[in-house]
Design a protein around this ligand. Structure first.
Ligand SMILES: [Zn+2]
Length: 332
């Protein structure tokens, strides 16, 4: 027993020499208490003489270490910065606050403007099928307009990445009856070569208003009003004849150039105008396809959402929006 106690004493003395914090000391103390309890347990089968001697040795050990634990605890308490494993005096690392991406920022501004005007928001899937993306928007498989909107296929010919948000119109109309006013923001994909004005993945905000008496003048007002609420009342919006398979008549929508105020510059190629959206009165074939009467009237528009932050923040190239160039974001 005497040797055993000497070993224990040596072992715990060694541990106490290296302890540097209260947490470590607590572990050693609890382990020591357990060892003492086991030692007392071993006395059960001893002869009375042995028992007396062992009891004395164990009590000495116990008292000795209790005093040591107390002394070390007090030492730690009086100099917390040295003994704590956490140094509270170290300065925290610099926290870099992120910023909202310009696309999301302008997209949100557009959403808020349309919500104020009474529109509700509808969402649809980015992975679409041929029927919703082309067929039901008056673009049967043989239609040449499909070439302008060629996309990426997950499984040819039916599973694809949507080439516009117009498929949300179809999905919404299949489940709802007019009158309604919706917008549908989201990502779309096309097989476009990357150049200053094009990327294969971009954002659109689609709008659809269907109801009795809706006409081209309402469309013109809705688009002009929403653009002016974001870019200011001096902004001009013009409509010119265009072709889309799902609207008739169709219009290309231009805004007066933000960069030069309409005087003509490099960005607007000297014209004073920027093409920002497409629009038109919904084609009767589209209404018929979703089970409405061919006499139904409504308009649809689609903003190329990438163009708007470019103009709003005066960014010259569209791909800058996707290049994670922090020095650019910090200026916005
Ligand atoms: Zn210009």
């Amino acid at each position: 027993m005497k040797n055993h106690i000497s070993e224990i004493k040596e072992d715990f003395s060694g541990k106490l020499e290296t302890v540097t914090a209260t947490e470590g000391l607590q572990i050693i103390e609890s382990s020591f208490k357990k060892t003492v309890k086991e030692l007392f347990g071993e006395m059960k089968n001893m002869a009375p003489d042995e028992k007396k001697e062992a009891g004395q040795l164990i009590n000495d050990l116990k008292n000795d270490f209790e005093a040591r634990f107390k002394a070390i605890k007090e030492k730690f308490l009086n100099s917390p910065s040295v003994t704590s494993e956490m140094d509270l005096s170290i300065a925290s690392p610099e926290f870099v606050r992120g910023k909202i991406h310009p696309l999301i920022k302008v997209g949100k501004m557009m959403e808020d403007v349309y919500k104020e005007m009474g529109f509700s928001i509808a969402y649809g899937p980015e992975i679409e099928n041929d029927k919703h993306n082309y067929e039901m928007l008056n673009m049967p498989y043989y239609h040449p307009a499909r070439d302008m909107q060629d996309t990426f296929y997950l499984e040819y010919p039916n599973v694809l990445l949507r080439s516009h948000t117009s498929c949300v119109q179809v999905r919404y109309m299949l489940e709802n009856k007019p009158p309604f006013m919706i917008i549908s923001p989201g990502v779309v994909y096309r097989v476009d070569e990357i150049d200053p004005q094009h990327t294969p993945c971009f954002y659109q905000i689609e709008g659809l208003v269907v109801g009795e008496g809706i006409n081209l003048a309402n469309l013109k007002w809705a688009m002009t009003e929403s653009a002016q609420r974001i870019f200011g009342e001096s902004l001009k919006v013009r409509f010119s004849p265009c072709y889309y398979p799902y609207t008739e008549p169709s219009a290309a929508v231009d805004m007066s150039c933000i960069m030069c105020g309409g005087k003509g510059c490099r960005t607007c190629k000297g014209t004073g105008w920027m093409r920002v959206a497409g629009a038109g009165m919904v084609h009767p074939n589209v209404f018929e396809g979703v089970g409405y009467s061919r006499d139904t009237v409504g308009f649809a528009f689609g903003w190329g959402l990438n163009r708007l932050p470019m103009l709003y923040f005066k960014i010259a190239e569209m791909r800058k929006l996707f290049e994670n160039e922090l020095s650019l974001w910090e200026q916005l």
